[in-house]
Design a protein around this ligand. Structure first.
Ligand code: GLN
Length: 220
């Protein structure tokens, strides 16, 4: 079976780090800047950065409509930080003209931690990562940078991690999955721990979807 290529939206933000993490686990990867770059991909990562800038650039380059269509069609996508904001159906403190991709039935506070502590690092318990851990451990070192948080999730959305302890918000949801859509409020690509990248690669393999030229053209 041919291995899937995982794209990384490369308009703004921490896309290079995701590409490095994917390369480290032997996954073929491609930067996505234009709609045609999506064709043939098995999954896509929306990186951290500035969600308004990423959304506006995506609209400018004709990517917004194809991305919205893909997110609602079972195509595997993973948003980190700003990417989590973009994949959410509902966002507070959103700029009035901020475009969203949507697809994840969650309610997100855009600058939940930014208002209180700009950045912090903490250990999270993520039981879903245990199959990817040598010793089956669930602890994940998570880096938060002006991070959003998930205020509520609809039924059908799996909560993968909550804050155990932090300067703010014990119990706050920071990682979720809904079918093939994954979102983390923190930045696994800024650490050496590739378990979330392997978890996402498994979602991609299970989904067995490839972006065809028709989807990209129809949404344009
Ligand atoms: N809060 C930022 C935003 O609104 C996201 C920050 C990040 O991705 N590190 O886009």
């Amino acid at each position: 079976m041919m291995q899937d290529t995982i794209g990384v939206l490369a308009l703004q933000g921490a896309f290079r780090e995701h590409i490095k993490s994917l390369q480290r686990i032997g996954i073929a990867t491609r930067k996505v800047r234009l709609p045609a770059d999506l064709i043939g991909l098995g999954g896509l990562i929306i990186p951290g950065g500035e969600s308004t800038a990423i959304g506006k650039l995506a609209r400018l380059y004709g990517l917004l409509a194809p991305l919205q269509r893909l997110a609602h069609s079972g195509f595997p996508m993973w948003g980190t930080c700003a990417g989590l904001i973009l994949l959410a159906d509902r966002v507070t403190h959103r700029a009035s003209d901020q475009p969203l991709i949507g697809g994840l039935d969650i309610f997100v506070s855009r600058n939940y931690f930014g208002r209180q502590v700009n950045s912090f690092e903490t250990e999270l318990s993520v039981p879903a990562l245990a199959p990817f851990s040598a010793n089956g451990e669930a602890a994940f070192h998570a880096v938060f940078i002006r991070a959003p948080a998930v205020m509520s999730v609809a039924s059908g959305v799996e909560v993968l991690a909550r804050l155990d302890s932090a300067p703010s918000g014990k119990g706050v949801i920071v990682a979720v999955r809904q079918k093939a859509l994954l979102a983390t409020a923190f930045h696994p690509e800024l650490t050496d721990d590739t378990r979330f990248h392997r978890y996402f690669a498994n979602l991609v393999a299970a989904a067995e979807q490839r972006v065809d030229a028709e989807i990209v053209a129809a949404a344009a």
